[in-house]
Write a protein that binds this ligand. Sequence first.
Ligand SMILES: O=C(O)C(=O)C[C@]1(C(=O)O)C=C[C@@H](O)C=C1
Length: 273
Amino acid sequence: MKVAYLGPHGTFSEEAAHNYYKDKSIEWHMCSSVPEVLEAVGEGLVDEGIAPIENAIEGTITMTVDSLLVNDLYIKGEAILPVSLHLLAAHEASMKEIKEVWSIPPALAQCRAFFRGKKLTMRHFDSTAGAAAAIKEAGRGDVAAVASSYAGKLFELSTVQANIEDSSENQTRFIVVSKDKTPSLGAKKTMLQVTPGDEYTGVLASILTVFSTLGINLTWIESRPTKKKLGTYQFFLEAEASVADPVLEKVRAVIETFGHHVNILGSYTTTKL
Ligand SMILES: O=C(O)C(=O)C[C@]1(C(=O)O)C=C[C@@H](O)C=C1
């Protein structure tokens, strides 16, 4: 089986992928950005892809949600990875010497409290490990990357400050996606995309009430713009039930009778890494 993830070596995505598929024989396909991972699956270059969708501190990684739709993919699984971030420089350096910090935006956002008031310039990269590699190559004394301790070892960087994430409970949730829309065996969760047929007062409340009335718990709600007109949204709802559960089927039928469109984006189990 061929699987895509965000490279280069040393990303959290690599750690998640290697752990999630640890008992399988995989041909790896490294991509240079998160949207490219989902595109590789959409284009059929690989069978599956693994991408970050939510972080405990920063929330939803919207580029993953949007690419999931654009590439018409199905969620086959989710994996939760503990995430610790470190400030890494090419040479031994103190915090005072660092003027610029390089990393992928979700990683920089996970350290906001640490960076507050430090007057640093942030430079965006496509991954933590990409930033770490660039720091090594630049060899400068005034820049540092936010990346994992493994990336620090891989690129022989020096730790300016360890564990700079805003919460020691930090975790990132990854989704495993494919083109194949068969629900996973023993699925416990289902992701639904609900597009309101019409905009009216209380439209979201009317959708949510169907879940609560029929006793289905929701574990995640996200609204994204329809990208057609300002102020119009579609909703992503993660239900704690398999798509095969007759109660969830009933929820779907009722929502559709309200004139809303429901698309099942996947039914899956959770793996703690
Ligand atoms: O840049 C990486 O190392 C990634 O795998 C991406 C990513 C993300 O975008 O959320 C994954 C996990 C961490 O939250 C930080 C970065």
